[in-house]
Ligand binder design. Structure first.
Ligand SMILES: [Fe+2]
Length: 161
């Protein structure tokens, strides 16, 4: 099956697919804003007792109730947690893994949280990660379909021609 035919069957041409993949990064920044808003709303009116008894005290000492992006374990977000190898096959696999890790994180939050004002946006974000996973999977398939060697692990399609 040709790439063009395959793309038409799945609802778009390859340039549209590339656009969809490139817009995922922009959407992820919006997700960060949503998570920040949720954390702000959950912490802005905490009492001293709630801070002391909720496990929030170490965060509060360092950041008061300001939004400081960290993992649940307290590890601060850093660009070092992102990867870019400059090889589309490698990077698409990294992106696929990142989407699944995000879904797992949301699943874990949903198992622990019964607040509908948190659960509903988390469910929305989880659904978007599934869409992102699908888009990256389509991009990976389009990338490997275009290779003209049987062993596509033999070279970097963005660098080696
Ligand atoms: Fe995502």
């Amino acid at each position: 099956m040709s790439n063009v035919k395959e793309c038409r069957q799945s609802g778009g041409n390859s340039s549209e697919k590339a656009y969809r993949v490139s817009s995922i990064g922009t959407e992820e920044l919006g997700h960060l804003e949503m998570i920040g808003a949720i954390v702000h709303q959950l912490t802005r009116n905490l009492s001293r007792e709630q801070i002391m008894n909720s496990g929030f005290a170490p965060y509060y000492v360092d950041h008061t109730t300001g939004i400081y992006p960290t993992a649940a374990s307290g590890f601060p977000w850093t660009a070092a947690s992102m990867q870019s190898k400059g090889d589309p096959i490698t990077d698409l696999h990294e992106n696929l893994a990142a989407e699944q890790k995000a879904r797992t994180t949301y699943d874990n939050i949903l198992r622990m949280c019964d607040d509908p004002d948190v659960r509903d946006p988390i469910k929305f974000l989880r659904a978007r990660e599934l869409v992102h996973y699908q888009r990256f999977g389509e991009a990976l398939r389009l990338t490997t379909d275009r290779l003209d060697v049987k062993n596509f692990y033999a070279f970097n399609p963005a660098f080696d021609k």
